[in-house]
Design a protein around this ligand. Structure first.
Ligand code: HEM
Length: 408
């Protein structure tokens, strides 16, 4: 394969799991579009090339099945026959079907629904922080950054908040089901879990059909374009799974990454109390500095020349938002955290183009309320130096797995 490197590009190996940015900088300088035999993937590291891929939806397809295991044993296939097949939905779909679903979902995802969630976000953050001791310490991921987004995605869709821990298990099992290397017994357990997840969603859809409410699920059931059918149950089940996936771990990682940046800069956290407008700039710069979704996958539909490389047809490509956001050709002094930077809104952390994130304003709302409340209630927050953060070993996601802090 062309463009193999004399050095290894592996952001999951120490020290790059904790800090992948020097590795990305080397790639941008020496091999901006590179093939990694370890991952069987082409990585795109410069800003302009990432944007070129995102725009070119004809040659860089988003279609891939995320959750269907390759070569599943017969027992697993038999269980999965009870489930709806995985349908490409939004994030892993291409036009024209992407265009249809996106327009239906954008209509249902009204700014009014998102704005109406502000009191719920505040109530959840307050309830969780009321449980913190006046003098003490917690893992801020387990106690705050994880529960807030999962409870809010339940509230937005209209699922009971009590389902949150079940949803976590179901979504984790779905990732394990499709992951290479999962053994047969585990695949079977995950296949059963996947069927249970779908049955649960189906029951929620049925309940909402007979008694609609003011929630996203009711809006999605109703949504249809002139002269077209609304989404059927199989499409709705697949769409709900995508929304639940897209809406929680990403936001947990955003909140976690922002807290890591601010724990290293306590003066900024303290300044929030005097200047409420600062939070938005800090969130934008935080999104640029440490993208919660480091990259997304595409598949080439024909051979493509890009950044000095020739990517063959049918190749798997990963566009690295995390690297594009530190590209010195776009952001001066890119490794500096500077909330006053004039162009930090050009970050690609929510993607761009036809797949641009539909939940960006919701994610920002959650992050703002968490940061403001932390600044107000825990002004003396410090990292527990004996337990530094550890990072999720994932190519796609980046965020602290645990963030132990103390205060007095
Ligand atoms: C900090 C939090 C989040 C980050 C960093 C993030 C990031 C992204 C990125 C990078 C994409 C583009 C994917 C691509 O180009 O292939 C995307 C798409 C998407 N996001 Fe988010 N997201 C976040 C939160 C959310 C939330 C809270 C929701 C829903 C409640 C959501 C729903 C979606 C959906 C539905 C898409 C697919 C849109 C399409 O393909 O047309 N995201 N997100």
């Amino acid at each position: 394969m062309e463009s193999a490197l004399p050095w290894v590009f592996n952001r999951l190996e120490p020290p790059y799991l904790e800090d992948p940015y020097p590795l990305y900088a080397r790639a941008r300088r020496e091999a901006p579009v590179l093939y990694s035999p370890e991952f069987g993937l082409w990585f795109v590291t410069r800003y302009d090339d990432v944007w070129a891929v995102l725009k070119d939806t004809a040659r860089f397809s988003s279609r891939f099945l995320m959750r269907t295991p390759a070569d599943a044993p017969p027992a697993v296939r038999e269980v999965l026959q009870e489930a709806y097949p995985e349908l490409p939905m939004l994030v892993n779909d291409d036009p024209p079907s992407h265009t249809r679903t996106r327009s239906l979902v954008s209509r249902a995802f009204a700014p009014r629904l998102v704005a109406a969630l502000e009191p719920s976000v505040r109530a959840i953050v307050t309830r969780l922080m009321d449980g913190f001791a006046p003098d003490g310490g917690v893992d801020l991921i387990a106690e705050l950054a994880y529960p807030v987004p999962i409870e809010i995605i339940c509230t937005l869709i209209g699922l009971p908040v009590e389902a949150r821990d079940k949803l976590k298990i179901w979504t984790d099992d779905l990732v394990t089901l499709g992951a290479p290397g999962t053994d047969g017994d585990r695949q079977l357990a995950c296949a059963r879990s996947s069927v249970a997840f779908q049955r649960y969603l189906e029951a929620q859809i049925e309940a909402r059909r007979s008694a609609p409410r003011d929630d996203l699920l009711s809006a999605l059931i109703k949504a249809h374009a002139d002269g077209e059918q609304p989404l059927d149950v199989a499409e709705l089940v697949n769409l709900l799974i995508v929304l639940i996936f897209a809406g929680h771990e990403t936001t947990t990682n955003l909140i976690g990454n922002l807290l890591v940046l601010l724990l290293a800069r306590p003066e900024i956290l303290r300044a929030f109390r005097d200047d409420p407008t600062l939070t938005d700039d800090v969130i934008t710069e935080g999104l640029r500095m440490d993208a919660p979704v480091q990259g997304m996958f595409r598949t080439t539909t024909e051979e493509v020349a890009l950044g000095g490389a020739r990517i063959p047809a049918g190749a798997q490509v990963m566009v690295l938002f995390g690297s594009a956001n530190r590209d010195e050709a776009v952001f001066s002094d890119p490794d500096q955290f500077d909330p006053a930077r004039s162009n930090n809104h050009r970050h690609l952390s929510f993607g761009r183009g036809i797949h641009a994130c539909l939940g960006a304003s919701l994610a920002r709302l959650e992050a703002r309320i968490v940061l403001d409340t932390v600044a107000e209630r825990l002004p003396n927050l410090k990292l527990d130096a004996s337990r530094p953060p550890t990072y999720v070993p994932s190519l796609m996601h980046r965020g602290p797995q645990a963030l132990h802090v103390v205060w007095s």
